[in-house]
Every structure is written in C-alpha cells, then in structure tokens.
Design a protein around this ligand. Structure first.
Ligand code: ATP
Length: 241
C-alpha cells in the first residue's frame, strides 16, 4: 500500500529525514515511535506532500505520490489528522463534516471499496453527533480531536495517518478513540500512527518503526510488541514511557 523508500526531507536547507524507509501493507496498523525531534511529524508532512522528499520515493498503491501536492491526497486515498488538527474555530461540527463528505464523495475509489456513511462515522463518535450544531471553538480538546478524525474518515481514505492523536487527552477520551480505531481496523482501514507512548502504540497497532535522528533505528515486528513493552533498553534509548 504505502512504500517510503530512502527519503530525505526537511525544511529549506535543514535536513531532517536522512534515508528513511517504511512500508504499510493493506489492512495493517503501523506505529511510528521515537523521542521528541526524531522527525516523526516531518515524516507525516512528507507523506502528506507538505515537505516533499528531495531524494527517494513515496509510493501509494503503486503510484509515485512523492511530488504530488497535498490536495491530491484525498484522491490518492490518504487522510491525515495532523497534531494541530487543522479545524476552523468559527465553523460548526456539521459544517466541517459536510465539507469532507462532499470531497470524499467525489474521490474515485476502487471497485469493492465500501464508503463510510455520515451515520456510521457518527456512530463511532457519539460525542460528535451531540455537538453537530456547535462551533468547533467551543469544544474541548478531546471533542475537537474526534471531529478531526470523523472529518478525515469522511474523505473515504484507504490509509488514515494520525499524528500524536492522544497527546494531552484525558484517559477516558483516549479509550474512546482506541475503541473507534479498533472498529476501523476491523473494517479494513490501514493506519499509520505517530505516537509518543509505547503502550498506546502497542494497543493500537500490529508493529512499529522506532525513529531517531531522521532514520528508522529499530523495528518492532508483528508479534513482538509484548517483548518490546518489557524491553527497557528500547524505552530508555528512544522513548517516553
Ligand atoms: P515531536 O515528538 O516533538 O513532535 P518529532 O519527532 O515529530 O518531534 P519533528 O517535529 O519532525 O520531530 O522535528 C524534527 C526536527 O525538525 C527537529 O529538529 C525540529 O526542530 C525540526 N523542525 C521541525 N519543524 C521545523 C520547521 N518548520 N522549520 C525548521 N525545522 C523544523
């Protein structure tokens, strides 16, 4: 599905990603973990087209998307929830969802792809349903996060990329989000999740890439999460908790 091959990317002349490789297969949930400044958000920006790679390639379902602009990602089938959420405070929840629904309905998808209806998305996040007529600026951080995910889902992605979704959220909200992600995985959506907490990454994904200084320095493979959680070396070397 997603294949990132040997990319270098950064900001102007400042290099951040230095020869990074990763893969996400169909129906897989993969985590990116690593300390502050490792380059995780820059990787998300590269996948999104905001910080295009200067070398290497990013392909999605066989198409080279590395040089394509960010707005083509909806058509490509990738939806991203950035750490900053990118919501508009003065718009209502319903207005946000309607805009995405429109964009998602126009995006071409392969035969057999089952689109998510607004009702299904609202069933995943009942809080969002309750707040449909509320302006986003009046929502809590957790509620805004759920709106951001709901909006991304209405773009009918094949891959959902989540950048530090759980940071700063109350445990109850984190649990609601984990539950929703579990249901989305069961539907076959692929996930790429940037997460600072190893424990949450383990709860949300099949395997992980550990990043440091713009490179992948370790992989937690399928079936290895339990050991990785016990492995102090991993936590102490690169991670926070
Ligand atoms: P965090 O967990 O703190 O969000 P991260 O792993 O996501 O960290 P990045 O945000 O990708 O790391 O940052 C990687 C490096 O790129 C850091 O050294 C950071 O200072 C630098 N960087 C990030 N954004 C910019 C920018 N807009 N301009 C210049 N340098 C930047």
């Amino acid at each position: 599905m997603l294949s990132v091959q040997n990319i270098e990317a950064g900001y102007g002349h400042i290099p951040v990603l230095r020869g990074l490789n990763l893969e996400v297969a169909d129906n897989e949930a993969v985590a990116i973990v690593g300390a502050n400044g490792a380059g995780k958000s820059t990787l998300v920006r590269a996948i999104l087209g905001l910080s295009p790679p200067t070398t290497g390639s990013i392909s999605f379902n066989g198409a080279d998307i590395g040089a394509r602009p960010p707005h083509s990602r909806v058509e490509d089938g990738i939806a991203v929830v950035l750490e900053t959420r990118g919501l508009f405070g003065e718009l209502t929840v319903a207005e946000h969802l309607r805009l995405s629904e429109h964009a998602g309905s126009r995006a071409r998808r392969p035969d057999g792809f089952v689109r998510m209806s607004l009702e299904e998305v609202l069933d995943l996040f009942p809080v969002v349903r309750e707040k449909l007529s509320t302006r986003v600026e009046f929502l809590s951080g957790g509620q805004q996060q759920m709106v951001a995910v709901a909006r991304a889902l209405l773009l009918q992605p094949r891959l959902l990329v989540l950048d530090e979704l759980t940071t700063g959220l109350a445990p109850k909200v984190v649990q609601e989000i984990l539950q929703a992600l579990g249901l989305l995985r069961a539907r076959g959506l692929s996930l790429l999740i940037v997460e600072q907490s190893v424990k949450l990454a383990a709860a949300m994904t099949d395997r992980a890439y550990v990043m440091s200084l713009g490179r992948v320095v370790h992989e937690v493979r399928r079936g290895e999460w339990e050991q990785a959680l016990l492995d102090d070396t991993l936590s102490k070397a690169y991670l926070h908790g």
